[in-house]
Design a protein around this ligand. Structure first.
Ligand code: NDP
Length: 300
């Protein structure tokens, strides 16, 4: 049982790879670079899928919040291409495969839903047409479409902000909070759709394993929180207080206004279908997640 993971070398990809291996799957990553345990995107383009793939998962994507990259047209194109073109390439390889895999699973983002302090969104809610990021999710998801005639199960997981000790946002904010300099970001009233990395990997692996799972799943924790509530819970788990707010202009200056929205605006997202399909969260609430994320020794 081989699972092919596009972007399997990244933060979420490595957690997913380990989890699948623990569950008896053989994992092959697709990367831009040649690796002993993987294939490259060029290999897929030239030779199609490796033999015996039970499932193909695509979580590749240029890091949007890379502070070293200016938010200009060329970087935006890179962000888009790394998601849309990789999905398209895999969809083509699957549709041309002699023995297609049983499932094709992709990640997308909750930026699909329009930021709001009052609205609530489930997987059935409309979206994908609001701003650049939202339109990106529509193109990203559509690029994974397979011909109707194909009997391949399709799942898209719309992920919230992924929290883990070894990557993503926590790596940036751990030490400021540890030193007591943490606080809300912007007004703090915006929703903060979060998920622990063990759960986003857990949902993706659950989708690989369970043949009854298909369609859109929201990849967020069941307990919704605002940014201020998250800051307070994370600081509290370290026996600190979240007293020093980070003003909006700092994020707008560092990231550019369009990109800073990921942090300064938010959506209240409910994982309705994810719960209905039977996934059991390891960290359903902020308190248990923050206890794990704040552990100093867990970082080493
Ligand atoms: P990482 O940056 O840790 O990993 C991304 C992976 O994508 C890398 O392994 C890299 O593989 C590959 N990649 C990067 N740039 C390109 C490119 N230009 N072309 C092809 N492949 C590329 O990201 P995460 O693991 O945190 O996120 C994975 C996916 O999940 C991304 O698509 C992201 O948008 C999405 N997501 C993440 C969230 C988060 O909070 N982390 C929230 C919502 C969605 P290699 O270098 O080996 O080629």
């Amino acid at each position: 049982m081989r699972v092919l993971i596009g972007g399997g070398t990244g933060f979420i990809g490595q957690h997913l790879g380990h989890l699948l291996q623990e569950n008896g799957y053989r994992v092959t990553v697709i990367s831009r670079v040649i690796r002993p345990d993987g294939v490259t995107w060029n290999d897929i383009q030239r030779h199609g899928l490796p033999k015996d793939c039970t499932s193909v998962v695509n979580i590749a994507g240029e890091n949007i919040l890379n502070v070293s990259k200016r938010w200009n047209d060329s970087f935006k194109e890179q962000v888009k291409k790394s998601r849309v073109e990789t999905n398209k390439l895999l969809a083509k390889a699957i549709s041309e495969a002699e023995n297609p895999p049983e499932s094709f699973i992709n990640i997308s983002g909750v930026a699909y839903y329009k930021p709001s302090e009052t609205d609530e969104y489930t997987e059935e809610s409309t979206g994908g047409d609001y701003d650049w990021l939202s339109k990106l999710t529509t193109e990203w998801e559509a690029a994974a479409t397979l011909p109707d005639s194909m009997n391949v199960r399709r799942v898209t997981v719309r992920s919230g902000v992924v929290l883990g000790q070894d990557g993503g946002m926590i790596q940036q904010i751990y030490f400021p909070f540890f030193l007591g300099f943490g606080g809300r970001m912007g007004t703090g009233k915006q929703w903060f759709p979060w998920i622990h990395v063990d759960d986003i990997a857990g949902i993706l692996a659950y989708a690989v394993k369970n043949k009854s799972v298909s369609g859109i799943l929201n990849g967020v924790a069941p307990e919704a929180a605002t940014n201020a509530q998250f800051a307070s819970a994370f600081a509290g788990a370290m026996w600190r207080r979240a007293l020093i707010p980070m003003p909006s202009f700092v994020f707008n200056t560092v990231f550019g206004n369009e990109r800073a929205k990921i942090i300064l605006e938010g959506q209240k997202v409910i994982p309705k279908r994810t719960l209905e399909c039977g996934y059991k969260y390891k960290y359903p609430d902020l308190q248990s997640a923050c206890r794990d994320l704040s552990s100093f020794f867990g970082r080493f």
